[in-house]
Design a protein around this ligand. Structure first.
Ligand code: SF4
Length: 294
């Protein structure tokens, strides 16, 4: 049985940067708080937890004083920086540069939106840490659109400026834009200057969809390794499943059912999300390679 790890799967540079920062800090100091899971992968979170990383939520953060807190790749709203200043918290800022650029873009763009009497829309997952950080750049005055059901929140007679969360799919973003434009025209708002869309999807994620589909097609069976909370994990799993129905979602080797490996399975592909560590995919590959000799 041939076992191959997808060379394009695994941590994106934003996650690598955050984990390196955490590990560097933990070498100097045995305790480091992290605001939210450093990565949407519980196995990797457990590994860093053993080194001294303590995951906290925003309520716990507010009560902390005189300590060090890591901001993960998703970024944070201005409120978090204000609390840190007030409570003498040293922030180790590992916000991904791509997310920081988007935060700046939204903050700058928001001024123009207000002057034009328009609305700033963020296409993303409600309550997601990155989206909360983006909404914070507008003082909470943006509209988050997660599904088509949310589109009724928009006033189609007014100008619309839309940005996307970095990890959304390009197809989904294009579809939402088309629906908004259609509804604006129906509302008599036909001036093209009244609609402005900014494709702010991270290419680290979007570039993986076609590649992972091809990888899935090239194997008899796929083990997709990801944390259950990972947004891009769900999307990339579906991209594999669309191309290969023998795709199984696993978080670790305990989820593997050896019955999946019948005589017809001659090649196994192992891939994952931008939050899946390479060491975990290697562990899965080692386990699967061991099966053939049993
Ligand atoms: S997916 Fe892109 S934006 Fe998100 S952390 Fe990775 S590199 Fe940064």
């Amino acid at each position: 049985m041939n076992v191959q790890i997808d060379p394009k799967s695994g941590f994106c540079f934003g996650v690598v940067y955050a984990i390196e920062k955490a590990e560097n800090e933990l070498e100097k100091d045995p305790l480091l708080y992290c605001l939210g899971d450093i990565v949407h992968n519980s196995v990797e979170v457990d590994r860093l937890c053993k080194k001294g990383l303590v995951t906290i939520d925003h309520e716990q953060f507010k009560k902390l004083h005189n300590c060090k807190v890591l901001i993960r790749a998703h970024g944070e709203p201005p409120e978090t920086y204000r609390i840190a200043l007030e409570n003498n918290i040293e922030l180790v800022d590992a916000s991904c540069p791509v997310v920081l650029r988007l935060q700046n873009k939204i903050r700058d763009g928001y001024q123009g939106v207000v002057e034009d009497g328009g609305q700033l829309i963020i296409y993303g997952k409600k309550g997601h840490a990155e989206v909360n950080g983006l909404v914070g750049q507008t003082g909470g005055n943006s509209i988050v659109i997660e599904t088509e059901d949310d589109l009724d929140k928009i006033d189609y007679t007014k100008p619309v400026t839309i940005y996307s969360q970095t990890t959304k799919s390009m197809e989904g973003f294009a579809k939402i834009q088309n629906t908004i434009r259609k509804r604006m025209i129906e509302a008599g708002n036909t001036d093209p200057d009244n609609f402005s869309a900014h494709d702010t999807i991270c290419r680290q994620v979007s570039g993986r969809y076609p590649a992972i589909g091809k990888f899935a097609e090239s194997h008899d069976l796929i083990l997709f390794v990801s944390g259950k909370k990972s947004s891009n994990g769900k999307v990339l799993f579906n991209a594999c499943f669309d191309k290969n129905r023998e795709t199984h979602f696993i978080t670790d080797i305990e989820d593997i059912d050896t019955d999946w490996f019948d005589d017809k399975v001659k090649s196994v592909g192992i891939c994952g999300a931008t939050s899946t560590p390479l060491w975990l995919m290697e562990k899965v590959a080692e386990f699967v390679s061991g099966l053939k000799t049993d």
